[in-house]
Design a protein around this ligand. Structure first.
Ligand code: PGA
Length: 257
């Protein structure tokens, strides 16, 4: 079984459309040779059209940072998965910042994941526990719960297009990453093993699972060397061309063949 490594840069609320286009042109030239790795940038929705146009015909893919489950309608401020068709290949759902600041629920993440799949997108479903939950020993149960809620009603066949990102909240933007062994153990127990029960061995063995939370060139190799970790969802370091290119290069070196 080979799971293609996947590195996604989540720019959050950074980079104007113009800055985003300049950036992806530079990045694309730097990562072109690493075709054993899937790589994508997630700019703000405002920049998706420009970035998508700039990357036409390249292997640097595009991710949206969120998408609503309805096709259209009276939903101020939202973008639907259907609207992202042709502009993005991936969509990040359930990011902890959306859960924390915009009251995202597991039920909505599930609706959004189904809508994204129906629109032909590949959802990247983010899960992860808080520091308090971690310290209380609740991590595995909590993350397992998030995974099974997010995937309710999604078929084994559709799971081939789902990516899961395990991001402990206490490691996001804090400079404090989980150790690679810790992350691997949690991913195994709270994400990959449950997929065996929810689906079957093939889904569990083939689903790509990223780690996220203060990933940078200096710690990427350790994470990529772990058996359950197939890539990274990266915030801060993805804002710099050199760092982003280094992350892709490391993913290719450690797990690209
Ligand atoms: P970070 O963000 O790499 O800046 O910690 C990760 C994320 O939020 O996906």
């Amino acid at each position: 079984m080979h799971r293609k490594p996947i590195v996604v840069g989540n720019w959050k609320m950074n980079k104007s459309p113009r800055e985003a286009i300049d950036f992806v042109k530079q990045l694309e030239a730097r990562v072109r040779e690493f075709d054993s790795v899937d790589k994508a940038v997630a700019p703000t929705s405002l920049a998706l059209t420009g970035v998508s146009d700039a990357l036409q015909g390249t292997q640097l893919l595009v991710a949206a940072q969120n998408a609503h489950w309805k096709v259209g309608g009276a939903f101020t401020g939202q973008v639907s998965a259907t609207m992202l068709r042709g502009l993005a290949q991936f969509v990040i759902l359930g990011h902890s910042e959306v859960r924390a600041y915009l009251a995202e629920t597991d039920a909505n993440v599930n609706r959004k994941a189904k809508a994204a799949l129906a629109a032909g997108l590949q959802p990247i479903i983010a899960v992860g526990e808080s520091l308090a939950q971690n310290e209380a020993g609740e991590t595995i149960d909590f993350v397992r719960g998030q995974v099974s809620a997010a995937l309710a009603g999604i078929s084994a066949a559709d799971m081939a297009r789902v990516v899961i990102a395990y991001e402990p909240l206490w490691a996001i933007g804090t400079g404090k990453s989980a150790t690679s062994e810790q992350a691997d153990g949690i991913i195994g127990a709270a994400v990959r093993e449950p997929l065996r029960e929810l689906y079957n061995d093939s889904v569990a063995d083939n689903t790509r699972i990223q780690y996220g939370g203060s990933v940078k060139p200096g710690n990427m190799a350790e994470f990529m060397a772990q058996p359950n970790i197939d890539g990274a969802l990266v915030g801060g370091a993805s804002l710099h061309v050199d760092d982003f290119a280094a992350l892709v290069e490391i993913a290719a070196r450690v797990k690209g063949s």
